[in-house]
Design a protein around this ligand. Structure first.
Ligand code: DON
Length: 312
């Protein structure tokens, strides 16, 4: 398939996608985390960063929204970078669950195995692996510095979101202790859960998310700062995890339509990676039944088809 990736073509596609879906009304904000219910539903931004650092942004690309499950991607990379891809495969796994992101059933069905670092169970497990184990603040610094390095700019927690999540994350508390029961948590369960909750509560802009995606696409070197953030051989591993489970039980449909490894979050963000080519991000709060942004999906699908980005 021919890829048209001039910056002009990207700009046209991004602007057309924004104009096309701006008035789209489907979906609703996540409400199981009270903070997210109150984020203005009509926010909509799209940002693309090429592997050479040039970028295109349209709409609300400087609004700081909750990164939520998109944060599972950087923590998975950090765990692979600190240990190895093989170690993460053996301690967490790489299989899709075919079930919702917060499924307890998936843990039971997978025979004690959290499956993949891109669902809640595997992400809490990944947080438990982050070094230096046993030291919550140093682990947190490792995570937040890593994410800032990927973005090429500082990220920090939205305090109100963190409070809101911490007060309501009963299901995740069960997951953390169930993982402990199955020896799939590699540090203190409550500390690992808190790190996971904190990373989900990071504020990020669509602009930053596109740079993160471009750093992944660019094999670990940030194309804006030129910092080498992670080992180049990890990009195919993280892209395969994103392609396998990035949209949870809707991943097959997404991949069928777009051919893009991508990851969603209930804050309304989606990040897509085309290795060697570009990173894309879109943000709009209303979600479908699997917790994926309706407008952001449509916009990225439109851009993928228009530019011929399908990696298959
Ligand atoms: O753990 C949770 O439920 C949230 N902090 C994140 C879930 C999420 O973003 C799922 N993705 N679409």
């Amino acid at each position: 398939m021919k890829r048209i990736i001039t910056i002009e073509a990207v700009k046209e596609a991004v602007e057309a996608a924004h104009a096309h879906f701006r008035e789209e009304k489907g979906g609703k904000n996540a409400d199981y985390i009270p903070y997210l219910k109150n984020v203005p539903s009509d926010l909509f931004g799209i940002s693309v960063c090429l592997a050479d650092g040039r970028s295109v942004t349209v709409g609300d690309t400087d609004y700081r929204f909750g990164i939520e499950s998109v944060s599972k991607v950087p923590t998975a990379i950090l765990a692979m970078n600190q240990y190895s891809a093989k170690k993460v495969l053996s301690q967490i796994g790489a299989d899709a669950t075919g079930l919702p992101f917060n499924s307890i059933m998936a843990i039971l069905l997978e025979n004690d195995h959290p499956s993949t670092p891109l669902v809640n169970a595997g992400a809490i497990s990944a947080c438990s692996m982050i070094k230096p184990t046993g030291n919550a603040e140093a682990k947190w610094k490792a995570i937040v510095d890593f994410i800032s390095g990927l973005c090429g700019s500082k990220v920090s927690v939205l305090d109100e979101l963190y409070r809101s999540e911490s007060e309501t994350n009963f299901n995740n508390r069960s997951i953390a202790w169930l993982l402990k029961n199955y020896n799939r948590i590699y540090d203190d369960p409550d500390m690992s859960l808190d790190l996971y909750t904190r990373q989900c509560s990071l504020g990020i802009t669509a602009r930053q998310l596109a740079v993160m995606a471009a750093t992944i696409a660019n094999c670990g070197t940030n194309p804006v700062t030129w910092e080498e953030v992670f080992h180049p051989n990890l990009t195919p591993h993280i892209a395969s995890l994103m392609a396998t489970v990035g949209f949870y039980e809707h991943t097959g449909d997404w991949l069928f339509n777009t051919g893009l490894p991508a990851k969603t979050g209930v804050g309304g963000g989606i990040m897509a990676v085309i290795p060697g080519v570009m990173g894309l991000a879109a943000f709009a709060p209303p979600l479908d039944s699997a917790g994926n942004s309706v407008k952001a999906q449509k916009a990225l699908e439109y851009i993928s088809v228009r530019l011929g980005l399908n990696i298959f």
